[in-house]
Design a protein around this ligand. Structure first.
Ligand SMILES: NC(=O)c1ccc[n+]([C@@H]2O[C@H](COP(=O)([O-])OP(=O)(O)OC[C@H]3O[C@@H](n4cnc5c(N)ncnc54)[C@H](O)[C@@H]3O)[C@@H](O)[C@H]2O)c1
Length: 260
């Protein structure tokens, strides 16, 4: 059976590990030619080699416009076009907003908002030149509510969702679709180092909740998996989602919908 992304050329930022790697792996399995890009070029290279012949890697810091422009131009030149771009690269600083340094704030905004702006706009331009394509932003449910300890992260994600919708509307007549995925908590390297900080700040032990994993089980049933995000990112990249644009898709086990 033909894959759902057969013949498509895709680029994924932050693809050396975690959610980005799962998306790149799934895209390749669905028949796409995939370019894994990451700040960590060596790790991206190793990941592409593990995926196989349909995958290659390019080092790229999404905060640097020159690097993003050459990433996109290189994909178009090397593969004859660009059909799918996933703005996935992300970082987090976990600390209260009050008292946080401007440098820490800007570090997160630079990757999670400026980086999305650069990825989406450069990719959209290339797609429009060749008849269209699909942009997928990996945002977060934190875009939709106050999020203690991750103010810069949540603000950047809210901006990224809004930017994705704006680009979707601006580019509709050029055949370019754009959608945002808003995952709840996925147990990746982005989350693991901060579990104790969250548990302490939320006072979980005093409430009889043993740790952050138990809290997540209460709020969203379990952690989501990278592969579950990749499954939705595959649908949004594929022609099956042809009428889906400017959407914001939660994938969070009910976290965002629940008051209690
Ligand atoms: N893990 C979660 O719970 C969760 C939930 C919602 C959304 N997300 C989002 O999913 C995306 C992937 O997160 P993850 O959990 O896989 O994290 P991760 O830390 O495992 O992976 C992030 C990747 O981004 C790369 N990266 C960081 N800065 C970069 C830069 N300037 N340029 C290029 N690459 C850069 C890192 O090298 C790394 O490979 C992020 O945007 C994150 O905000 C994660």
């Amino acid at each position: 059976m033909a894959g759902r992304l057969e013949g498509k050329v895709a680029v994924v930022t932050g693809a050396a590990q975690g959610i980005g790697l799962a998306i790149a792996t799934r895209y390749a399995a669905e028949g796409a030619t995939v370019v894994l890009s990451d700040l960590d070029a060596d790790r991206a290279q190793a990941a592409a080699a593990a995926i196989g012949p349909g995958a290659t890697a390019v080092g790229c810091d999404v905060t640097d416009e020159g690097q993003v422009a050459s990433l996109i131009a290189g994909v178009v030149e090397g593969h004859g076009g660009l059909d799918v771009a996933v703005a996935n690269a992300g970082v987090a600083v976990v600390a209260p907003a009050v008292g946080q340094s401007l440098a820490d704030w800007r570090k997160v905004i630079a990757v999670n908002l400026d980086g999305v702006f650069l990825t989406l706009t450069h990719a959209a331009g290339a797609m429009a030149a060749s008849g269209g394509g699909s942009l997928v932003t990996i945002a977060s449910v934190t875009a939709q509510a106050g999020s203690p300890l991750i103010a810069s992260y949540a603000a950047a994600k809210a901006g990224a969702v809004n930017l994705t919708k704006t680009i979707a509307v601006e580019m509709r007549d050029h055949g370019v679709r754009a959608n945002a995925i808003c995952p709840g908590f996925i147990d990746t390297e982005l989350v693991k180092p901060h579990k104790q900080t969250f548990a302490d700040a939320l006072g979980l032990q005093a409430m009889g909740i043993p740790d952050f994993d138990a809290f997540i089980a209460m709020k969203q049933g379990r952690y989501g998996t990278e592969e579950e995000v990749a499954a939705l990112a595959t649908f949004l990249a594929s022609d099956r989602s042809g009428f889906c644009t400017a959407g914001e898709y939660n994938l969070d086990g009910g976290l965002r919908a629940s008051l209690l």
